[in-house]
Design a protein around this ligand. Sequence first.
Ligand code: HEM
Length: 459
Amino acid sequence: MSSTTALRPFDEIPGPKGHAIAGLLPDFNADPLGFLMNGFHAHGDLVSYRFGPKIALGKTILAAYHPDLVTRILMESERAFGRDTDGFRATSELVGKGLMTTEGAYWRSRRHILQPLFTPKRVARYTELMTAEAERIIVEHERFEGTEIDLHQAMMRYSLRVVGRALFGGEMDDAEADLHHLIPEANRGIMARTTQIPKLPLGFPIPANRRFVRTREGLYDLIDRVIDRSGSGSAADSSDNIVTRLRESKDPETGEGLTEQEVRNEALLLFMAGHETTAMGLTFGLHQIGRHPEIQDRIAAEIRANLAAGGSAADYAQNRETLGRAALAEALRLFPSVHMTERVANEDLELNGYRVPRGTSVFLVPWVTHRHPDFWPDPERFDPERFVGKHDRPRYAYFPFGGGPRVCIGEHFAVLASMVLMEALLRKYRITSHDAAISMKVLNSIRPDKDVRTTFERR
Ligand code: HEM
């Protein structure tokens, strides 16, 4: 740390007090998003939270809400700020070692191998597959025209199919029932393990650990089944899926490839990172569009105009300048699928004029920063125009895909898959969302906990 003598002490970072015995964890667990928003409104851009009991095992975590702090922490990830946090450790215990759950040389090597598979150009190769899956979802829902469906379930299915086929080259429909139960269990398990105080080794036979291990076995079993089939899909899919590419990849620096176990780990991690997040972006985005008929009509008109001008569905989906694209961005502002993430200070450092000791955890919370009133006037209003044309917001007032060296590798894939579906749906249907707000369960991601009641009617 450079000159820290003039810095204010760590203990003076403002924050809620919490109960002497229980700390803040019960309040956080009861309503994580409300709890973090309240902390921001009451205490400002850098807030100190004392989780866990005060007398022993107490752990103070900071939350950095201001875009300038977010910028610094994201840009200095892999240096001053690391990823060896309780949350990432719990994820790693569940889904193994891979790009998302490691740091340093191991992470760098994986990033080198995986990055070329996710460039905009590379991802564009999946447009055809996405278009076919979007059509398939629509055809499957034709018989429900005019009646209520659960949008969330439909988007989970679409996302399962596009992420599954891109990764493994084949259908994953038979895994849907297992995933329906395993994904919430995985999220619940990661959250429970992250906040477990004291953390007992997984081999310690308490019910929570047994449940965690069962979920892990279920996930590996599923990925083994799917991956064993990988390569047996249609010719186009099987030669060009991500697992096949991973098997062939070599680290450009070391020239080394991945073992079969490493391929499996990466595949599971990519699947876990990509499937639900993409489905959530679409669910929340289409729900908002279904609540704002005037915006929806403008997007539909844009889609018609593209076709009338001889453009293809893919042209629309790939166009960055559309209102549809802005609506997706705005949905990810209000409902970032990854509502928070965490880093740990790798060294003694300064944040916002305070001294921060090495080992301190820092939350980054898109949910809150995306509602910072200095950058987002009337923050709760769904207004895609915020993303139309130029604006003078700081870069990291908005970070649904993170940023810096650990930026989401699947961003282009997720946006393309979402826009392909939006184009196909709004070209044909008017959608109406029946609930003003989606009732949510917040674990390590946000997800609806009830049906997202929606009607599709032919335009
Ligand atoms: C709307 C959809 C998505 C959202 C909102 C999203 C969000 C994020 C965020 C915020 C991070 C950074 C977390 C941090 O810095 O701590 C991240 C990382 C990551 N995402 Fe995504 N993601 C999405 C889709 C995908 C897809 C489709 C894939 C792959 C198929 C994917 C794979 C990954 C991986 C592997 C990482 C870790 C990268 C690394 O640490 O180097 N994501 N994602």
